[in-house]
Design a protein around this ligand. Structure first.
Ligand SMILES: C[S@@+](CC[C@H](N)C(=O)[O-])C[C@H]1O[C@@H](n2cnc3c(N)ncnc32)[C@H](O)[C@@H]1O
Length: 201
């Protein structure tokens, strides 16, 4: 059985009981080093997941009779590893246990509802800035290449500097910080972050 579980934005405290139970029953755990480190007492096999995705898929395929659990950041099917696992192994062969996405967590902390929100990502992909400018309420996960400063510059270039950007940095961690800024004032670099862009505060 192959299961992918959502870890939420930080770790065990935001996992659902069902996700925690799946890990407890696992023979093998796959995940980023920071996620594997959340289970120091796990005694089964461990497989670190990074840019080595093809290798990891082969590692999982070689263990068809084991309970393999893949630890996914946030929710597995929101720009996460769950999509790749389903594409590779098939929908019927992957059990998905949802998690709290970084976007959901940021909205909760900032008191912003998710109604009518357009969800996207700049994480390792091309961004459609015209589409972001067209929507009145956008949330996106980011990466180092295209973070708040870059997104803000593209919005200013499209006449949207008056909008608000909520930047959730290191969410659910000890050094979590949430910044509310007009888009035209976003000039700094931020650590791991998720953003919400609003037409009105
Ligand atoms: C590959 S995406 C995964 C998104 C994830 N599946 C989710 O549902 O949140 C990775 C991006 O999620 C965001 N992210 C994940 N954990 C975060 C955290 N603790 N604080 C801020 N952003 C986070 C960052 O933008 C990071 O680059």
């Amino acid at each position: 059985m192959l299961t992918v579980v959502g870890m939420g934005p930080a770790g065990v405290q935001l996992m659902t009981p069902q996700a925690v139970q799946a890990v407890a029953k696992a023979d093998a755990l796959v995940g980023a080093t920071r996620h594997l480190a959340q289970f120091p007492h796990f005694s089964g096999e461990r497989c670190p997941l990074g840019a080595n995705i093809d290798e990891v898929l082969a590692w999982i395929a070689a263990r068809p009779t084991q309970n393999v659990v893949v630890l996914a950041s946030g929710d597995p099917l929101f720009y996460g590893i769950g999509t790749r696992l389903i594409a590779h192994f098939g929908r019927d062969n992957v059990q998905v246990i949802p998690g709290v996405s970084a976007v959901q967590y940021l909205c909760a902390r900032a008191g912003v509802d998710m109604n009518e929100m357009w969800l996207t990502s700049s994480h390792g992909r091309e961004v459609n800035f015209d589409a972001i400018a067209r929507h009145l309420k956008v949330a996106m996960v980011t990466d180092k290449r295209c973070g708040p400063k870059h997104i803000a510059a593209e919005l200013v270039a499209r006449g949207k500097g008056h909008r608000w950007m909520v930047i959730g940095e290191n969410l659910a961690q000890d050094n979590e910080r949430i910044h509310w800024l007009p888009v035209s004032a976003v000039e700094n670099d931020y650590e791991m972050n998720t953003v919400v862009i609003l037409d009105e505060r």
